[in-house]
Design a binder for this molecule. Structure first.
Ligand SMILES: [Zn+2]
Length: 186
């Protein structure tokens, strides 16, 4: 039987092989419960701000999609997106909640960050926002209280919007994402 890596090499050349080699490497390092190989699709993703996509909830098991423009941006972008998508797949395979806002996602981010980012990440659900009481802009109108409760960002805390896109938002601005890889889009 042909491996998914062989198929990906025929479809996307070096980019396809790089994705599968990355999968094997990250599986060995972090995600032992994942299958030896998964189908990885490389293409122009349908969602502008989504760089990868893990389709877990269908009968054929998880499938990872990577945006082709990640490859030309540098291999580190492929690595980070692959890690993110593999985490979704791993949560699914281990029977945990796969959502970005789940305790399972946060726990995995805390577990993996020292190895992936090179430092601890104290990511806690809900820690990035707290409730404060502020003057009600509609005070004085009928039935309106003088103050209302608002959620505000606690800027020094790790923000959920970043945890939801882990690990790339936590790379330093001068992080070297490495050399580009040629990837045919059609
Ligand atoms: Zn995600």
């Amino acid at each position: 039987m042909m491996s998914y890596r062989d198929a990906a090499a025929a479809l996307w050349g070096e980019a396809g092989m790089y994705a599968h080699d990355g999968y094997a490497c990250f599986r060995a390092e972090h995600f032992a419960e994942l299958p030896e190989q998964l189908p990885i699709v490389i293409g122009i993703t349908a969602y502008g701000r989504c760089l990868g996509l893990t389709r877990a909830g269908w009968e054929h098991g998880p499938r990872i999609t990577l945006a082709s423009n990640l490859f030309r941006a540098g291999r580190g972008h492929v690595d980070d997106t692959l890690l993110h998508e593999m985490l979704h797949a791993w949560l699914h395979e281990t029977g945990q909640d796969t959502g970005h806002d789940s305790e399972a996602w946060y726990a995995a981010v805390r577990r993996l960050s020292p190895a992936v980012l090179g430092h601890e990440l104290d990511a806690r659900r809900g820690a990035g926002r707290r409730s404060v009481r502020v003057p009600n802009p509609n005070a004085g109108q009928e039935g309106q209280p003088a103050t209302v409760v608002r959620k505000v960002a606690v800027t020094e805390m790790v923000q959920h919007s970043d945890v939801a896109r882990w690990p790339s938002p936590f790379r330093p601005t001068d992080h070297d994402f490495g050399a580009p890889i040629n990837c045919p889009t059609y």
